[in-house]
Write a protein that binds this ligand. Structure first.
Ligand SMILES: Cc1cc2nc3c(=O)[nH]c(=O)nc-3n(C[C@H](O)[C@H](O)[C@H](O)COP(=O)(O)OP(=O)(O)OC[C@H]3O[C@@H](n4cnc5c(N)ncnc54)[C@H](O)[C@@H]3O)c2cc1C
Length: 415
C-alpha cells in the first residue's frame, strides 16, 4: 500500500504514526515545504520572545522519519493532485503515486490589502522561518505595529513587548479576541492590555505603509500614522488548499470530510487546519483551526487510511490564553444569535476580582462558554460541551466559580 501525506505539521505526523501502528510494511511518503524537524507551531511566539530555542520546540526527534520508516520529501511544494491517476504533483514536476492520500497542508495567514507591502520588516507569523527573520530584525527595531487582535496577533504583541519594543495593536473590530470572546470579556481584555502598556487602536484598518527600503510607518483608516520599524500581520488564517482540484474534491472554506476524515473521493482524506468537519456545538460544518483538533483528526485519518474504522464525531473550538495577568478560556458558541429562543445565557460576574463567566445553553445542553479568570474548572465544562451531556443541575450553579466536579457528581448521586 502506498500512502502519501501532504504536510509535515502535527496532523500529518499523527496520521503517519497511526498508519505505521497498523500497517508496518506500507510505503509512507510525507511531502512538506518546511524543512525543520516537526515542531510545536503555537510555541513559535516563545521563540520570538527569546525564551526558548528552536530545538526545544521540536515535537519529534530529527530521526523521526527514519525511526518509523517514512520517506520525507521536504522543501517541496505540492502544486496539484491528479485524482483520476492517483498522483500528487510537486513544484519540481515530480509525480508521486498513491493508494491513500492525506491532505494535511494546514493553513496560510490571511494577507492584508495595503499599499507598499513590499517594504522590508513586514512579517507573517506562521512558521519557524518567519520568526527567525523577525528575530534578525529585532536588534534594529524599537516600535512595532501588530495587525489583528486574535490569538496570533496577541501572542506576537506580547513577545515583542517582552523583547523591549513599544507595540501598537491595530484591531478592525471593536475589541480584541472578537472571534473567541464576547463583548464583556473583550472589554476586560482590552483594559488588561492597556494597563500593561500595549497601545490598542480599535475600529481601524491599515491602508498602507511607508518607508524607503524598510517599513517606517503605517497609515490607518482613522487618519492616523504610526511610526514603526517592524510590522506583524496576525489577521487569521485560511485553509491551504490552493492546489486541490475543487471540481473533484469538495471544499467549502476547508476540505469537506466525513466522520472518518475522508473526502468525497474514496481513499483521499483531509485533517487539521485544512479540513472542514462538523462542529459539535454549532452542528454545522466548520473549520476549527486549533492544535488539539489537528492531533485528533490526523490520528483518526491515519487509522482509517490503514484500514481500521475510527470515527471523529466532530470538532470544537476551544482555547485558553493568559493575557498578562488575566486567564481567558473560551469554547463552543460564545455569541449565540440574538433573539434565538433556542439559546439561554447565564452569567456570573465579580468585578472586584475581575472574574466573569458566561455559559450558553441550548435547552439543557451546554453549547459554549467564556471565562475570564477562575478558569480552573473549565476542562469539565469543555468536556460537557464536547460530549453533549444534558445538564441536570441549576444552570447558574454551573456558572459560579465555586462549581466543581464533586458538586456535579453529588448532584447526580442525589437524583
Ligand atoms: C503563532 C501561532 C500560535 C498558535 N497558538 C495556538 C494555541 O494557542 N492553541 C491552539 O490550539 N492552536 C494554536 N495555533 C494553531 C495551531 O498551530 C494549528 O492549529 C496547528 O498547527 C495545525 O496543524 P496542521 O498540521 O493542520 O497544520 P500546520 O501545522 O500548518 O502544518 C501543515 C504543513 O503543511 C505544509 N504545507 C502547506 N501547503 C503545502 C503544500 N502545497 N505542499 C507541501 N507542504 C505544504 C505547511 O508548510 C506546514 O508545514 C497557533 C498557530 C500559530 C501560528
Amino acid at each position: 500500500m502506498k500512502y502519501v501525506i501532504i504536510g509535515n505539521g502535527v496532523a500529518g505526523i499523527h496520521a503517519a504514526e497511526a498508519i505505521r501502528e497498523v500497517d508496518t510494511r506500507g510505503d509512507i511518503t510525507m511531502i512538506g515545504d518546511e524543512t525543520a524537524a516537526p515542531y510545536c507551531r503555537p510555541m513559535i511566539s516563545l521563540m520570538l520572545e527569546g525564551s526558548v530555542s528552536p530545538d526545544s520546540i521540536s515535537i519529534r526527534k530529527t530521526s523521526f522519519y527514519e525511526d518509523i520508516k517514512i520517506t520525507p520529501v521536504l522543501g517541496t511544494l505540492v502544486t496539484g493532485i491528479d485524482v483520476d491517476n492517483r498522483q500528487v504533483l510537486t513544484h519540481d514536476k515530480k509525480m508521486l503515486a498513491f493508494d491513500r492520500l492525506l491532505i494535511a497542508s494546514g493553513a496560510n495567514p490571511r494577507p492584508v490589502r495595503a499599499g507598499r507591502m513590499d517594504l522590508e520588516n513586514i512579517f507573517f507569523m506562521r512558521t519557524q522561518a518567519h520568526v527567525r527573520k523577525m528575530s534578525e530584525a529585532l536588534p534594529n527595531s524599537r516600535k512595532a505595529v501588530v495587525l489583528g487582535g486574535g490569538l496570533v496577533g496577541f501572542k506576537a504583541a506580547y513577545s515583542l513587548i517582552r523583547r523591549g519594543l513599544r507595540v501598537t495593536m491595530v484591531i478592525k473590530s471593536g475589541l480584541p479576541l472578537a472571534m473567541q470572546a464576547d463583548n464583556h470579556a473583550g472589554k476586560m481584555i482590552l483594559d488588561e492590555m492597556s494597563k500593561h502598556g500595549l497601545e490598542v487602536k480599535t475600529g481601524a484598518e491599515v491602508l498602507g505603509f511607508e518607508g524607503k527600503r524598510r517599513v517606517e510607518s503605517a497609515h490607518l483608516s482613522d487618519g492616523s500614522e504610526i511610526p514603526c520599524d517592524i510590522v506583524v500581520i496576525g489577521k487569521g488564517v485560511s485553509p491551504a488548499l490552493s492546489f486541490i482540484p475543487r471540481d473533484r474534491i469538495k471544499a467549502d472554506l476547508g476540505i469537506m470530510v466525513n466522520q472518518n476524515m475522508e473526502t468525497n473521493v474514496p481513499g483521499i482524506f483531509a485533517a487539521g487546519d485544512v479540513a472542514e468537519h462538523i462542529d459539535i456545538a454549532r452542528k454545522t460544518p466548520w473549520v476549527n483551526a486549533i492544535w488539539p483538533e489537528a492531533v485528533t483528526q490526523g490520528r483518526v485519518a491515519g487509522m482509517n487510511m490503514a484500514g481500521r474504522s475510527f470515527a471523529c464525531k466532530g470538532s470544537l473550538s476551544r482555547n485558553i490564553i493568559r493575557i498578562f495577568d488575566m486567564d481567558v478560556m473560551t469554547g463552543g458558541i460564545v455569541n449565540p444569535p440574538a433573539n434565538d429562543p433556542q439559546y439561554e445565557t447565564v452569567t456570573f460576574s465579580d468585578p472586584r476580582h475581575k472574574i466573569y463567566r458566561k455559559l450558553v445553553f441550548r435547552g439543557d445542553i451546554l453549547a459554549g462558554m467564556v471565562m475570564v479568570n477562575a478558569v480552573e474548572q473549565g476542562g469539565i465544562l469543555i468536556s460537557l460541551i464536547q460530549n453533549q451531556i444534558p445538564i441536570g443541575i441549576p444552570k447558574n450553579a454551573l456558572a459560579e466559580p465555586s462549581f466543581n466536579y464533586k458538586k456535579l457528581l453529588d448532584f447526580y448521586a442525589r437524583q
